[in-house]
Design a protein around this ligand. Structure first.
Ligand code: HAM
Length: 421
């Protein structure tokens, strides 16, 4: 008998579980701050749900599902992702009869029969959120901001948020046509997978990772030239809310995502240094999914993050998850006389739901700065005699090392700007 676990699966051992617990704590807390409640759906569903939901042309449905028959001959599948299950639960429990939107999050194992490599497993864990029942572009921005906020709260500083729109049922066929006409003469030179994608799902050719395909595709027609006015307007509004929140993004017209249900906004969070599997999270809008799996016409949006990849990203960036997660702001002060001012700042930060900490050990300013670093603070508030006299605080952006003075009454606004960067 083979005593190793199946290929592509991993045990999480007792000495590794702590870091998982810490990560889960950050994930749950952040989701709850944004108003999401947990849902736990079964590990397996009827196969048809994923065939209809995820889509017949996707790699997931074509090649990667763990599908089996139960003893009564029903076809069941271990869930390869969480969105279709959430849509099914939304319909089954008539959640659409409640005031909308419905906001939920999930944490748990997913299963895909893919070639295992670093960052790609057959059983892996996702944290995801889904929002049903609102078309508001502000919700697209909220969901994206939540994903970015999570990586920040975990202490990651190096990441890229890629953003695109994939249009809707009205304008995408037009783009598909334009793209197919562009690809047809190049078809024979593309990789084998892309050759067949030109007919089955031409948009997927755009995000092929093969160097040769990427070169051949230079000068491809942009989807932004094909989308309808409504999609353009929606996308502009999503970007403007993200700008308002100070969330930085890279417009990436190649980003199309690998599941069929997407409409409009699509996004991915990449962490450099993770090799080929550098997408730590991804998501987008899916305005037709609920209807597609048999429910009333209800729009939706969400994302999922790979938890193993999040841990790899933390490791790659030498970020240690500290007990009870890191702090966002550290308040350092130069002498005991300045302690009241430090306490005022601390109290103000915590009242604004910002995780803040100070020193209680009469340490020197230098030692406090070290402590700020160790606790993964994103910003340090520095209070010295000069600041006290002039009614200011100095803020140090711990990522860039940049330091500047602000008026005391602008503390929360200025800190939020740095936290959302
Ligand atoms: P996805 O892009 O297929 O989207 O997966 C989301 C994340 O799960 C990926 O960015 C990656 O970090 C992780 N992941 C995927 N496959 C594997 C694997 N084989 N091994 C390790 N990690 C993996 C979805 O699943 C959508 N349901 C996301 C979504 C939610 N869209 C809207 N709502």
């Amino acid at each position: 008998m083979d005593i190793s676990g199946p290929r592509g699966t991993h045990d999480i051992l007792p000495d590794e579980i702590k870091i998982w617990h810490k990560m889960e704590q950050v994930l749950r807390k952040t989701a709850e701050i944004y108003g999401y409640s947990e849902i736990r759906t079964p590990i397996f569903e009827y196969t048809e749900l994923f065939e209809r939901g995820v889509g017949g042309t996707t790699d997931i449905v074509q090649k990667e599902m763990y599908t089996f028959e139960d003893k009564a001959g029903r076809s069941l599948t271990l869930r390869p992702e969480g969105t279709a299950s959430c849509a099914r639960a939304f319909i089954q429990h008539r959640m659409y009869n409640q005031p909308q939107p419905t906001k939920m999050y999930y944490i748990g194992p997913m299963f895909r029969y893919d070639r295992p490599q670093s960052g790609r497993y057959r059983q892996f864990h996702q944290f995801g959120v889904e929002v049903f029942g609102t078309r508001s572009p502000a919700v697209d921005a909220e969901v994206i901001t939540l994903m970015v906020d999570i990586v920040k709260r975990l202490g990651l500083r190096r990441y890229e948020l890629h953003l695109n729109t994939v249009g809707c049922g009205n304008c995408r066929p037009h783009y598909r046509q334009t793209l197919t006409e562009f690809l047809r003469p190049l078809q024979a030179d593309l990789c084998r997978d892309c050759q067949s994608r030109v007919d089955s799902n031409p948009l997927r050719v755009l995000d092929c990772k093969e160097k040769r395909c990427r070169e051949i595709l230079a000068g491809f027609p942009s989807i932004l030239d094909s989308i309808c006015e409504e999609c353009r307007e929606h996308f502009e509004r999503v970007k403007s809310v993200l700008d308002l929140y100070g969330v930085q993004y890279i417009l990436d017209e190649r980003l199309v995502r690998g599941l069929d249900y997407y409409t409009n906004t699509a996004f991915e969070l990449l962490v450099p240094g993770l090799g080929a599997q550098n997408a730590v999270g991804g998501g987008g809008r899916y305005d037709n999914l609920v209807a597609q799996v048999g429910g009333p016409d209800t729009v939706g949006i969400g994302f999922a993050m790979g938890m193993e990849r999040l841990l790899l990203a933390l490791e790659e960036n030498q970020v240690e998850l500290v007990d009870g997660e890191g702090v966002e702001v550290y308040v350092a002060f130069n002498s005991p006389e300045l302690e009241p001012l430090a306490n005022i700042a601390l109290n103000e930060l915590r009242s604004a739901d910002i995780k803040a900490e100070r020193d209680y050990g009469d340490r020197s300013l230098r030692a406090q700065m070290k402590q700020a670093n160790r606790s993964q603070a994103v910003v340090t508030v520095l209070i010295g005699e000069n600041e006290a006299k002039s009614g200011t605080y100095s803020l140090r952006d711990m990522d860039t090392g940049e330091q500047f003075e602000i008026e005391q009454n602008a503390l929360i606004a200025e800190i939020k700007k740095i936290l959302m960067k």
